[in-house]
Design a protein. Structure first.
Length: 399
């Protein structure tokens, strides 16, 4: 890791009157329109830099030779292509959802995260599924607009609730469950969560729309996320884990075994392949878990999965954020990265400068993936109601 010496400042707010004033979380997502970069921060890897491994990945995921800007950028970390693209392919080609429903979920998520690359890409498939130019504008307008069926309102609101609250209300879950079985409701949630993951990464990297796409995010529609106040955390699972060995999150995802297999590479990259030091990895994971209030994720990464204290982290200080004493300047930058990606689906210019002063390209992209993947995991855990064990360490309490 390169030397870093500049302290960046996190923008934090008081969590609530019941907590000490020093305990902080960022503002909720959706409070302001995410910034869109006009140029890449990291450009797609040019063909003259490709190795045989890169060419094999291009042959696998762009067999027509048309390499998207997203794929080209991820090629900087070939293992990440191998981790992400199988799940993207599964959701695109093997999902049991109706194409129109998939497009509604993905486009609304691209809108609330303001990712113009993904909007342009998904709009192509949305039009193939029968969406018109007027439909695209209505998706940007959100679930409160006219012309949607009650079920389509629930799909659009699912995207808004997951992005803003990192959870799903009982009303939305109930509406979806009337028509969707377990397989489909899991896929609906994971469609939103995966597009959120990609949007966070691609916004921060500055990935631009492909030249061969024509649809762009509407600029004349006011930005608004339409989600009610988050409900209290679930006290019992909506999706019961399978019986047997292994931790509950794995047994919950395996209720949809093909999806679980396709998704496994993403967390596998973060925990086993990423070049980040374990301290930095667990700092990012705990902070995004705290921001999303995903108690199961917090419990496992404080405990047996992440073993945060073994890597020199005091979980209480992660909850306090940059206000806690004892952080090195670069660790404050990592906290800022997690907070900004959560709040803004973006990393500010100042935090980006600090991050890239301390990390090389491979480490930088891996840091973005760590936060984005565990934002996906947090939203999934909260939506499915995965419960910690009675013996697990929960969130810290403050006087």
């Amino acid at each position: 890791m390169k030397h870093w010496s500049t302290l960046s400042i996190a923008i934090l707010v008081v969590l609530g009157a019941s907590l000490a004033s020093s305990q902080t979380r960022p503002l909720q997502p959706g409070g302001s329109e995410p910034v869109r970069l006009a140029t890449p921060r990291i450009f797609p890897l040019s063909p003259d830099q490709w190795t045989d491994r890169h060419r094999a990945l291009v042959a696998e995921y762009a067999p027509d030779g048309q390499v998207s800007n997203g794929l080209g950028t991820l090629l900087h970390v070939p293992e990440l292509v191998e981790a992400i693209l199988p799940f993207v392919r599964f959701l695109g080609n093997e999902s049991s959802l109706e194409p129109r429903h998939q497009a509604l979920l993905a486009l609304r998520t691209a809108w609330v995260t303001q990712n113009h690359y993904l909007w342009a890409r998904v709009a192509v498939f949305g039009r193939e599924a029968g969406l018109t130019s007027d439909d695209l504008r209505r998706i940007a307008g959100g679930p409160d607009g006219h012309g949607w069926s009650a079920f389509e309102v629930a799909l659009l609101r699912l995207a808004d609730e997951l992005y803003q609250n990192s959870s799903v209300t009982d009303a939305t879950w109930t509406t979806l469950s009337v028509r969707y079985n377990l397989t489909r409701i899991v896929e609906a949630v994971m469609n939103v969560n995966e597009v959120t993951l990609l949007s966070m990464m691609f916004n921060a990297l500055g990935v631009q729309p492909d030249a061969w796409t024509t649809d762009r995010l509407p600029t004349d529609i006011p930005y608004r996320v339409s989600a009610p106040v988050a409900e209290p955390p679930l006290r019992r699972p909506r999706i019961a884990p399978l019986e047997g060995g292994g931790i509950r999150v794995g047994r919950t995802f395996r209720r949809h075994p093909r999806l679980a297999a396709a998704r496994s590479g993403q967390s596998g990259f973060v925990n086993r392949v990423s070049p980040l030091l374990p301290h930095d990895r667990e700092l990012l994971i705990l902070r995004i878990g705290w921001n999303c209030q995903a108690v199961y994720e917090w419990a496992k990464h404080v405990g047996t999965v992440g073993r945060a204290r073994d890597h020199g982290l005091e979980p209480r200080n992660v909850a306090l954020g940059s206000e806690a004493e004892g952080w090195e300047p670069f660790h404050v930058t990592l906290l800022d990265v997690a907070d900004e990606l959560y709040r803004d689906a973006m990393v500010s210019d100042s935090t980006w400068a600090a991050l890239t002063a301390g990390y090389d390209t491979r480490e930088t992209i891996s840091a973005l993936m760590t936060v984005s993947n565990y934002r996906l995991v947090s939203m999934s855990l909260n939506a499915f109601g995965v419960q910690p064990l009675d013996t697990d360490e929960r969130f810290p309490t403050f006087p």
